[in-house]
Design a protein around this ligand. Structure first.
Ligand SMILES: C[S@@+](CC[C@H](N)C(=O)[O-])C[C@H]1O[C@@H](n2cnc3c(N)ncnc32)[C@H](O)[C@@H]1O
Length: 171
């Protein structure tokens, strides 16, 4: 059997991009109604890993929570909005694909979700109430991550990270 040798931090760094992406025609992770700051730090790391932007509401506690959860060497690309539903509607008008990550009858399974081929916004729901009704009306597609356990749903950062990897074409 071949011996497994984990890569060193130096080797890992040499394989990474030297600088951040450009936001033009890009992939956006949008946890627009967050409740727990810790999930934002987790999502920021996944955004960095797949080269996506993070879209956040201008709630007073969010910048501090993001800074606390951010263990990255370079800051992730964050877009701020004071009007989450208005921002989503604007992206749609500009031709973006709006993909909701939600447990819903009409949803496609994660395995059947194609990688994003143009500007795509991935919308995540509130940790207790899910995606609000006014935003559900703005979705082009909805994706569900199948579950067979006893829990009702996944942690929002776990669900968002899985869907983001699929949309980025890295899974
Ligand atoms: C903890 S869940 C909220 C569930 C909420 N109790 C409800 O009934 O709508 C928070 C968010 O995580 C995402 N999520 C969690 N599990 C998911 C799954 N299995 N498939 C798709 N999205 C999921 C959705 O964006 C959801 O809005």
């Amino acid at each position: 059997m071949t011996a497994i040798r984990p890569r060193t931090p130096g080797e890992l760094r040499r394989n990474r991009r030297p600088r951040s992406h450009s936001c033009w025609d890009h992939l956006y992770a949008a946890p627009l109604w967050p409740l727990h700051g810790a999930n934002l730090g987790t999502l920021a790391r996944t955004c960095d890993a797949v080269g996506a932007c993070l879209v956040l509401p201008r709630f007073s506690w969010v910048p501090e929570a993001l800074a606390r959860g951010n263990t990255l060497r370079r800051p992730v690309c964050v877009h701020w909005t004071g009007d989450p539903a208005g921002w989503l509607g604007g992206q749609r008008e500009r031709g973006a694909d709006v993909v909701g990550v939600e447990l819903a009858d009409e949803a496609v399974r994660l395995a059947d979700l194609p990688a994003a081929r143009r500007r795509t916004v991935m919308v995540l729901g509130h940790e207790q109430h899910g995606i609000p009704p006014e935003a559900l009306d703005l979705l082009d597609t909805c994706v569900e991550i199948p579950m067979i356990g006893t829990g009702a749903s996944l942690n929002v950062a776990v669900a968002g990270s899985l869907a983001l990897y699929k949309l980025a074409g890295l899974l």
